[in-house]
Design a protein around this ligand. Structure first.
Ligand code: C5J
Length: 222
């Protein structure tokens, strides 16, 4: 496919879809559904629901165009050897990482809560990357996968905007990837952090990347 031009801020961006991957960050039951990690931290999980439909539409468009699609999941080994005590012990959650909740052990790989939400479930052939940290590059094989597929641009979606989406965009930007963030495909428990998070990405001439929305990407894909 030829280059396409996507309307974005701070300026439009031209990309080759064949060199572009969609990264769906942590659209897991633990963040979006009752009884999971997000809710144990005292958050209103209903605030994340708005991103689901736009992500679904974008995924459908990306699949139609044969784009590389990668899903990530934040979580830890069942023995929790990869879970830093500083992360597990932090704050005053109603249940900590590794404790048993209504969706199994909180943020532990293999548990129901760690799984991706059914609306955005990966299709056969789509990579799923388990990450112990906030950034998708830290302690994962994401960069190897991207290099092997000749990827230069990332469309980064998911939750939460200012935590795992932002950390991943920053990691990717430092590694030379051009990051495009569709704001309606991201969400936060803190709407003001979502707004400022997007503004931070596109400020200063696009210091971390570009911001757009799912409709503009789909329109460009045609
Ligand atoms: C958080 C994430 N918020 N996926 N994780 O702890 O953003």
């Amino acid at each position: 496919m030829a280059l396409i031009c996507i309307s974005a801020e701070p300026q439009d961006i031209e990309i080759d879809p064949a060199q572009t991957a969609i990264i769906m960050i942590d659209m897991q039951r633990d963040f979006l559904q009752p009884g999971g990690f997000g809710e144990t931290l005292g958050n209103d999980i209903s605030l994340l629901a708005a991103a689901v439909e736009p992500c679904k539409n974008l995924l459908a468009g990306a699949r139609r165009h044969g784009m590389l699609i990668i899903h990530t999941r934040e979580g830890h080994r069942p023995d929790m050897l990869d879970a830093p005590p500083a992360k597990v012990e932090r704050g005053q959650p109603s249940a900590r990482i590794g404790d048993v909740g209504p969706m199994g052990r909180i943020l532990i790989r293999g548990e129901p809560g760690h799984d991706l939400i059914p609306e955005l479930y990966p299709q056969a052939g789509e990579a799923v990357i388990d990450k112990p940290g906030k950034g998708a590059f830290y302690a994962t094989d994401l960069q190897t996968i991207l290099q092997n597929r000749g990827i230069a641009n990332l469309i980064v979606c998911g939750v939460t905007t200012e935590v795992c989406v932002h950390t991943t965009v920053r990691e990717a930007n430092d590694r030379g990837y051009r990051c495009l963030v569709p704001g309606d495909c991201c969400a936060s428990y803190f709407p003001e952090f979502h707004d400022v998070g997007l503004r931070m990405i596109k400020a200063q001439g696009g210091i971390f990347g570009w911001v757009t929305d799912s409709d503009r990407i789909l329109a460009a894909l045609g």
